[in-house]
Design a protein around this ligand. Structure first.
Ligand SMILES: NC(=O)c1ccc[n+]([C@@H]2O[C@H](COP(=O)([O-])OP(=O)(O)OC[C@H]3O[C@@H](n4cnc5c(N)ncnc54)[C@H](O)[C@@H]3O)[C@@H](O)[C@H]2O)c1
Length: 351
């Protein structure tokens, strides 16, 4: 097993990465939460159907809380339902919420843990690649509003994270691609060799990403500065996800949207003369290494996307992006709309 420490201002915890890591749950609870008598496990039917809960033993009474699939499950309604279930079952301040699923589950479980009885302990068992390299690490959680993604949430660190690589055996190919979207982001942000990262053994690849995220979280838990750089590619990604919310043909997944966001951010930075064309090609090469495409969905509307990007929570009503540049990556505020529009149009967006 590989162990990575997250040293956040509000607490320190270990991320364990490796085959069978989920079986460390009982020992983790005994060590970190000896008063715990009940574990409320938040998950999805898909994870149950794959059999991953069959031998999961928290060492205390366990209850199962299955949430719906997809972004629509990341809602205040889901949080309210789960909190009511926890109260009915008598899950107390001494007990624990366990998030066992992809980023949708870990985001919901994290928020439930932080608000149930004003906050109970949380353990994350991420079961997607994206969850293991990103979503379950760092304590950020959130649910969506109709107005946009992740607009309601808190920062509530887990007492431990168990990244069991065995459960990735049933992950569909498309979900691997989604995880790769966030890994490509790390490769670009750190400037490391993308091929080395992409081809490293799975547990090493995940642990390396956890280390990168832990470093950002350790230096800036509340995202008042450096941690915001982890949103590289995400302003456009969130706008694309919000634009499709509620549509029957909604099909773009978070990691795929991030890949498009990375390609866009490089092109916008080049248009603003912050980087040259060679650097844009480097971005495309990194996406290529991870088998990703940075192309906008057909029939994307530039004006809709721009409107949604203005309401991004980091934007403060201007257009703000994490961009590459001569001094590295930084948050650039008040980007001129005409430059954003031109970049989107050059990528094939309609008006
Ligand atoms: N809080 C954060 O810091 C953070 C960071 C990045 C992303 N996120 C959020 O994460 C979400 C995306 O997460 P995701 O990409 O994991 O998608 P997801 O949670 O929707 O999971 C994808 C699919 O895989 C299924 N699944 C989960 N584990 C499986 C397994 N082991 N085998 C087979 N199927 C399995 C799920 O049921 C689901 O159908 C987004 O909502 C995004 O906003 C949060």
């Amino acid at each position: 097993m590989r162990h990575v420490s997250v040293d956040a201002a509000s607490g320190r915890y270990e991320v364990v990465v490796g085959e069978g890591a989920r079986h460390g749950l009982a020992a983790l609870l005994a060590a970190r939460l000896p008063t715990c008598r009940a574990a409320a496990i938040v998950t999805q039917q898909r994870v149950v159907d794959e059999g991953w809960l069959e031998e999961l033993d928290p060492g205390v009474d366990a209850s199962l809380h299955v949430i719906e699939e997809g972004e629509s499950a990341k809602s205040l309604a889901t949080v309210e339902r789960l909190c009511a279930e926890l109260v009915t079952e008598g899950v107390s301040r001494r007990d624990v919420v366990v998030g066992f699923g992809g980023g949708v589950v870990t985001d919901v479980a994290g928020l439930v843990a932080s608000v149930h009885l004003r906050g109970v302990a949380l353990v994350q068992l991420p079961s997607t690649l994206l969850g293991q390299v990103d979503a379950a690490i760092g304590g950020k959680n959130g649910v969506n509003l109709r107005e946009g993604k992740n607009l309601v949430g808190t920062i509530h660190q887990p007492i431990g994270v168990l990244c069991d690589t065995a459960v990735l055996a049933t992950l569909p190919a498309r979900e691997w691609a989604c995880g790769n979207g966030e890994i490509a982001k790390y490769a670009l942000l750190t400037g490391g060799d993308p091929v080395a990262l992409a081809t490293a053994p799975l547990d090493e690849r995940i642990a390396r990403c956890v280390e990168i995220k832990a470093d950002y979280v350790g230096s800036d838990e509340r995202e008042s500065g450096r941690r915001a750089l982890l949103n590289y590619g995400h302003t456009l990604a969130h706008a694309l996800e919000t634009a499709q919310a509620g549509r029957r043909d909604a099909d773009l997944r978070h990691g795929e949207a991030v890949a498009i966001g990375l390609a866009f951010a490089a092109r916008l930075a080049a248009r603003l003369a912050r980087i040259d064309e060679a650097r844009v090609r480097q971005h495309d090469a990194v996406l290529d290494v991870f088998g990703l495409r940075g192309e906008l969905p057909a029939q994307s509307s530039a004006s809709t996307i721009i409107e949604l990007m203005r309401s991004d929570k980091k934007a403060h009503h201007s257009l703000a992006f994490v961009l590459d540049g001569p001094s590295g990556f930084e948050l650039v505020e008040d980007v001129a709309e005409r430059e954003v529009l031109a970049t989107l149009r050059a990528m094939g967006a309609g008006s």
